[in-house]
Write a protein that binds this ligand. Sequence first.
Ligand SMILES: [Zn+2]
Length: 283
Amino acid sequence: MNLHHPNHDLLIRRETPSGRPLPRVSHLAIAAHQDDVEIFACHGILECFRREDRNFGAVIVTDGAGSARTGRYSACGDEDMQGIRREEQRQAAAIGDYAFVAQLAYPSARIRESGETDSVDDLVAILEASAPETLYLHNPFDKHATHVAVLGKCLAAMRRLPEEQRPKRIFGCEVWRDLDWLPDARKVALPVDGMPNLRAALLRVFDSQISGGKRYDLAAEGRRMANATFHESHEVDKGDRLTFALDLSPIFHDETADPQNFLDVVINEFRNEVAGNARLLLP
Ligand SMILES: [Zn+2]
């Protein structure tokens, strides 16, 4: 497979049909950093785990050089850290039974540059080769600029694909800002009950991040529990873990759609929902 950045890393774990550079997958996640996929696309990993008829693939766009480091990792230079995070991501792929994981190794600052197209070329090639039906991405309301920039690269890549090659279901998922606030009609609830040991292992394999002082493992599971409980105020919990997503097909399936306009529409729906209760504030 021809990927642009010389430091890219491709791990293929399932049989690849001859003449194709990658296995086909039913579910694909594209994320900015190592560990984002395991936080936001747990639904897809569980759906595919040890199934004959489904496959999960993951793409990590940046090189992971910018992460904080303390304790045993405090002496690591940027290059060491990139190697450690690359290895952690490969281990997650083994634990989660992924068909492949592609780590594209772009510096974050380069991804945030407008006009950068090498990563878009890579994403087009991966989407064409792996032909997913369900795609898990960052959401446009995330507060991490690199996450939103990676989503932008995914949008540019999608618009280069012919319509029949585009995934049917496209979800913008939670990492740095949850999606609890979305009006329910916009909110896709993705259950992640079951296989608690697998869920824990997928989060904890990223020791360099957790030991670096960020308990992403506890926070991600805590958010899933909170989502399940606070989703429906008048119903008992149907499952005990949920992740939320925004359906991105309005901008990904219609190339004339303006992303900024889509964001305004969703924010206005939220505004109207809140305003509907504002009269209850009157004494
Ligand atoms: Zn991230």
